[in-house]
Ligand binder design. Structure first.
Ligand code: SF4
Ligand code: SF4
Length: 335
């Protein structure tokens, strides 16, 4: 193991939901992960005791190269308003915008990590008319740039690492931190939108308990029903990058298991789908958002074949909130 690493956590324009999500990390928990990876927490606004007057001193010591900064994590979008001044969010006790602190600290960090879709791409904070002029660290929606600019690389030679999600699964971050600590994090570890491939190379559709309904296009009409949520309720799981159904939340949950359609919260621009989150936009009755990698003609052909062959069991269970038709027990009638 190399020398211990220093981690600084800042918060800006967001709901702060990543911290409670992170505290839900299990096997191991957050503090055990940090300790075993050799990472020291310099400061975190929720977890640390340092007061409002002590923190600016710490940050200044980093800027003055008296304390090394290995990992800078930002939770929440960068607030640039009004008029690019950043004055909507000032770091308490400093009279300076958080935007300015982030920019200067990022220049000192070996790695810069955007925790969540707001810090990565702007996210919900940048939705609508974006009154706070929110953006991500290195993206504004799908456009590269953001606060630090397209060409930014941290001292270790990598762009911003976008642990995107709203909120993130805690292990998406703890694994990323461990990879950094072990020196295994390289640009090849990231996908086209800077997301760690450990979770972003998967689709939410993988492992969804509604897969059998999807195969036969047996669709739910209400979130409480058991069928696939793609046809009527806006599920984007066949296109969304994430391992949410194979790496369960709190050991047992996922959006789909809770009856919520996947809204692809790991993607830049997810906050503005152009329609209601639980609506499926269609043209001539065919969902516009087809599964990743599947040509439209194939999907249409397969869907109509599947619908024609849907077993009664799936047809009825799809629109019920519990099993109304159990599977046939084939062994019972065997000689
Ligand atoms: S509900 Fe969504 S993730 Fe689940 S099977 Fe249907 S399309 Fe896939
Ligand atoms: S299932 Fe979809 S909306 Fe839910 S956390 Fe995963 S990517 Fe986000």
């Amino acid at each position: 193991m190399a020398d211990r690493l220093n981690l600084l956590w800042l918060q800006s324009g967001g709901c702060g939901g990543f911290t409670p999500s992170l505290l839900g990390a299990e096997s191991p928990d957050l503090l055990t992960t940090l300790e075993s990876a050799g990472i020291d927490l310099l400061w975190h606004p929720t977890l640390s005791e340092a007061s409002c007057s002590e923190v600016p001193r710490l940050l200044q010591q980093i800027l003055d190269d008296q304390i090394s900064l290995d990992i800078l994590c930002l939770e929440g979008a960068v607030v640039q308003g009004p008029n690019g001044s950043g004055a909507f969010h000032q770091l308490a006790g400093t009279g300076q915008s958080m935007m300015a602190w982030i920019e200067r600290l990022a220049a000192k960090a070996r790695h810069v990590v955007a925790v969540g879709s707001c810090a990565a791409y702007g996210g919900i904070t940048a939705g609508g008319c974006n009154p706070s002029e929110a953006c991500g660290l290195q993206y504004a929606g799908v456009e590269a740039g953001g606060l630090l600019g397209d060409g930014f690389v941290a001292k270790a030679g990598m762009p911003v690492i976008n642990v995107a999600g709203c909120p993130i699964h805690p292990n998406w971050l703890t694994e990323t931190l461990v990879e950094m600590a072990w020196g295994d994090m390289t640009t090849a570890s990231l996908d086209d939108f800077g997301r760690p491939r450990g979770y972003a190379d998967h689709l939410v559709h993988h492992g969804c308990p509604r897969n059998e309904y999807y195969e036969f296009k047996a669709s739910a009409g209400l979130p409480s029903q058991q069928g696939c949520l793609m046809e009527h309720l806006g599920c984007q799981g066949t296109q969304a990058h994430g391992d949410c159904n194979t790496r369960l939340w709190n050991g047992e949950g996922s959006c789909l298991r809770g009856g919520y359609a996947c809204i692809s919260c790991t993607a830049p621009g997810f906050e503005e789908p152009g329609h209601g989150f639980t609506e499926t936009p269609k043209i001539a009755g065919i969902p516009v958002g087809l599964p990743t990698d599947m040509p439209k003609a194939w999907f249409v052909a397969l869907a109509s074949l599947s619908k024609a062959a849907t077993p009664i069991r799936l047809k009825q269970n799809a629109v019920a909130d519990h099993i109304v038709v159990p599977p046939i027990n084939r062994t019972k009638d065997k000689p």
